[in-house]
Design a protein around this ligand. Structure first.
Ligand SMILES: Cc1cc2nc3c(=O)[nH]c(=O)nc-3n(C[C@H](O)[C@H](O)[C@H](O)COP(=O)(O)O)c2cc1C
Length: 155
């Protein structure tokens, strides 16, 4: 049975909230054990214990945070065969999709399972400190459900 990890960075709590929603969507039918962890509290080895790896970051000047970038660099050097990735970010309306595209690009050539249209979502925040824009939070759970139905296949 595949297991999933949702690993995120968060300065003000918005991306953590989305991560918890993604995990709820992923584990909704009880078939995919799912853990949620702050990137500060995990290692690439621990991330790679799981078949389904969801990575979330706030948008910092159009990039993932330095900690998420470091995780991606570290994952790039590992054996990623069979691993299934999805991505999310929190950002302003105008910057939707930029950071998830960069996260995807950081791993794509190392894992043929990541091919467009890759599973990703951008959740819009109202300001640099949040809050999450009303109505946007449901995108987190929807991403988890989409991953569950489309990625939880034998590899
Ligand atoms: C240093 C810094 C730079 C940022 N740059 C951008 C940016 O270029 N584009 C954008 O959409 N949001 C930017 N933001 C706002 C983030 O999207 C927002 O802080 C984040 O979604 C909040 O997530 P968090 O509560 O998990 O930290 C920036 C925030 C910080 C702190």
């Amino acid at each position: 049975m595949p297991t999933a990890i949702v690993v995120y960075d968060s300065w003000y709590g918005c991306t953590q909230t989305v991560a918890e929603e993604v995990a709820r969507g992923l584990s909704a039918d009880g078939r995919i054990p799912t853990v949620v962890t702050n990137v500060r509290d995990t290692t690439p080895e621990q991330v790679l214990h799981h078949e389904i790896i969801v990575i979330g970051s706030p948008d910092h000047f159009g990039e993932p945070t330095t900690r998420i970038q470091a995780l991606l660099r570290s994952l790039r050097s590992r054996d990623l065969r069979g691993k299934r990735f999805a991505f999310f970010d929190t950002c302003f309306q105008s910057d939707r999709g930029k950071v998830t595209a960069k996260m995807e690009a950081a791993l794509r050539d190392r894992n043929p399972l990541i091919s467009p249209p890759f599973l990703q979502t951008s959740v819009v925040v109202e300001g640099a400190h949040g809050p999450i824009r009303p109505g946007e939070i449901s995108k987190g759970r929807a991403l988890g459900q989409m991953i569950r139905t489309s990625l939880a296949l034998p590899v």
